[in-house]
Design a protein around this ligand. Structure first.
Ligand SMILES: *Cc1c(COP(=O)(O)O)cnc(C)c1O
Length: 394
């Protein structure tokens, strides 16, 4: 592999068979058949053929997949229409009725719903464990366990899973391991280095990076990606040509963006931690994080995700203050999602209100005074000043 910055600009460019320097948008559902019918048969059956019919493949999708597989150090990858399409298709390519999955208490809300409600309707059993407890993963393994599914850092509390432990456990017992690497991005963490077999992403977040598309990716061994692709043919969540082109464009600056975001987030987290209005700052790059040592071991950078808890006399005051701060912030946009060039902030207890019971929120460590921040690439002085004016008089 070339150096990261070079890979981001050039990897997969052979899929651009035109003379255009920038890969065009192949906005077509279907492709001209080869006059030689045996070649056409080959195109119709080849995995991810980039020029047969869109659900099978598209040149930009192939370029994006090769690029991200290189970043994640896996043999192959498949892009899909959303992060949830990637996660659900990736899991459905591994488990069937009668199988068992070990997963965490805290996952992205859509993943939790998929594991807990969707898969259990189809006869797949799940055990949820505390991700910070290595032994809990091992104790949950059964003879029919086919998958260990992890997410680190997790949403929204930024708890970490020990990737080397999980990778070794999976290898020792012959169980597939899969990690959602959305929060870290491959700039900050490459789970394959620790023996994780499959890496999934919501490319909607850091990989795309501009909050203008939805996409997902599954990275893993070639034979497995072929199975995921076969599942995707019937589930049908292909990534559109335009979103694929936007993703490719966004990826070119991934390293620049993520490094600036890491730097901004560390400065903001440090500033917030010193403010008396803040009860607790969770940031993987602060030594106050309970798993700071593990963060330093498995991450090269600490991401733009910060989770804060506002202090108050009681829970009600903490909630009201959080609400006031949200309404006063001008640069931090109150919106779901993360990983874009613009800073976003969200109140997790409200965002998850519709999907999760209070027990589930408690399990995921969500409190009413909690705010989750996704730091962007604005100037750090302006970001700090925005919080300063939002905190005034509280
Ligand atoms: C957003 C997100 C997803 C889901 O991705 P979509 O692109 O919204 O479908 C999955 N996992 C994590 C960690 C996410 O942040």
């Amino acid at each position: 592999m070339k150096n990261l910055e070079t890979t981001l600009i050039h990897q997969g460019n052979q899929y651009n068979t035109t003379k255009a320097v920038v890969t065009p948008i192949f906005q077509t559902s279907t492709y001209l058949a080869d006059a030689d019918l045996s070649a056409y048969i080959e195109a119709a059956t080849a995995t991810k053929h980039p020029a047969f019919y869109h659900r099978h493949g598209n040149p930009t999708n192939s370029q994006v997949a090769e690029l991200i597989a290189t970043l994640e150090k896996t043999e192959d990858a498949l892009v899909l229409a959303t992060g949830m399409a990637a996660i659900s298709t990736a899991i459905l390519a591994i488990v069937k009725a009668g199988d068992h999955i070990v997963a965490q208490h805290a996952h992205y809300s859509g993943s939790t719903l998929f594991l807990k409600e969707f898969l259990s309707d189809y006869g797949v059993e799940i055990t949820h464990v505390d991700q910070t407890d290595n032994e809990a993963f091992e104790a949950a393994i059964r003879p029919n366990t086919k998958l260990i599914y992890v997410e680190t850092p997790s949403n929204p509390n930024l708890d970490l899973t020990d990737l080397a432990f999980i990778g070794q456990l999976g290898k020792r017992l012959g169980i597939t391991t899969m990690a959602d690497n959305t929060f870290a991005s491959p700039i900050n963490q490459t789970p394959h280095d620790f023996g994780i077999d499959v890496i999934v992403h919501s490319a909607t977040k850091y990989l795309g990076g501009h909050s203008d598309l939805t996409a997902g990716i599954v990275c893993g061994p070639k034979a497995y990606i072929e199975r995921v692709w076969q599942r995707s043919l019937v589930l049908g969540a292909s990534l559109s040509p335009f979103d694929s082109w936007l993703l490719l464009r966004g990826l070119k600056t991934l390293a620049l963006r993520v490094r600036q975001i890491n730097e901004n987030a560390l400065a903001l987290a440090t500033w917030l931690a010193e403010n008396p209005l803040i009860k607790r700052v969770r940031y993987t790059g602060l030594s106050s994080h309970p798993q700071y040592e593990l963060a330093c071991k498995q991450m090269q950078g600490f991401t733009g995700m910060i989770c804060i808890e506002i202090d108050g006399k009681n829970e009600e005051e903490e909630f009201l203050r959080a609400q006031t701060i949200l309404s006063r912030l001008k640069l931090f946009i109150n919106a779901a999602s993360l990983g874009g060039v613009e800073s976003l902030i969200v109140h997790p207890a409200s965002m998850w209100g519709a999907h999760h019971s209070s027990t589930q929120k408690q399990n995921a460590g969500i409190t009413r005074g909690m705010l989750r921040i996704s730091v962007g690439i604005e100037h750090i002085d302006d970001l700090i000043a925005d919080f300063q004016q939002a905190f005034a008089g509280l």
